[in-house]
Design a binder for this molecule. Structure first.
Ligand code: SF4
Length: 232
């Protein structure tokens, strides 16, 4: 049986990022046409995009705090991610430079143990391709967590998150515009992973910070040679 179309057709939107973002903000797929159990609350898509951003954080999905605030990474995971990236909050939330695009835009709800459910399966197939097609300037993508690894790396993703992050040198060498760097999720739940894999902070983070700093550095002014006669 053919899968039902999840997303309304978008021919009228073309490459207009603002129109596409507005359409996503009004999305109700997970309430009205869910693949499984409907989203247990009203949708509140949380993401940041601009057609000038050169860095993209491809993250997982909002948690309870981000669902309440409507702003990405307003939680301890955000504090850790900013520390990993070596950027302050002002830079992190400068949407003209950094896009933040989770694999599921809405908080998916909690499982019976109180943990966050995975990103909604409806979201990435519905919105990711048109959204990334409308972001022409991305040069660096931080793929945060296994869902983003699977989507953005495809066959380059390894069997486990650890293997994928450990392969960061090969992945970085094989990707360009955007250069992709795999990260684990910055959640406190990964404290044990970070202790077991000290190479992440010792080796990968300096590389990632240098790549981020390169993208955030102001462009060199174009030196114009003005003939002396033009100044007379
Ligand atoms: S998670 Fe994505 S597909 Fe589901 S309602 Fe929110 S924006 Fe729409």
């Amino acid at each position: 049986m053919p899968r039902r179309a999840l997303r309304p057709p978008l021919p009228e939107l073309g490459p207009d990022l603002d129109a596409l973002a507005a359409t996503i903000r009004a999305c109700r797929i997970c309430r009205e046409r869910p693949l499984t159990t409907p989203l247990p609350h009203e949708p509140r898509p949380v993401f940041r995009v601009s057609d000038t951003a050169t860095i993209c954080i491809a993250s997982q999905a909002p948690g309870t705090r981000v669902h309440a605030s409507g702003t990405p990474f307003t939680d301890p995971s955000g504090d850790r991610l900013r520390a990993w990236m070596a950027v302050d909050s002002t830079t992190f939330y400068d949407g003209s430079r950094i896009a933040i695009i989770p694999m599921g835009f809405c908080f998916p709800g909690l499982d019976r143990h109180g943990g966050d459910l995975p990103p909604r399966r409806e979201c990435a197939p519905a919105w990711r391709a048109p959204l990334f097609a409308a972001l022409p300037n991305l040069r660096l993508l931080l793929a945060v967590g296994s869902y983003a690894h699977a989507w953005h790396l495809g066959p380059m993703a390894r069997k486990s998150l650890t293997e994928t992050v450990a392969a960061w040198r090969e992945i970085a060498a094989a990707t360009r515009d955007p250069l992709i760097i795999p990260f684990p999720h910055p959640s406190w739940r990964n404290n044990g992973w970070l202790r077991k894999n000290p190479w992440f902070e010792a080796d990968l983070l300096p590389f990632a910070r240098a790549a981020i700093a390169r993208e955030l550095a102001p462009a060199e002014p174009i030196q114009k040679i003005i003939p002396a006669t033009a100044l007379d």
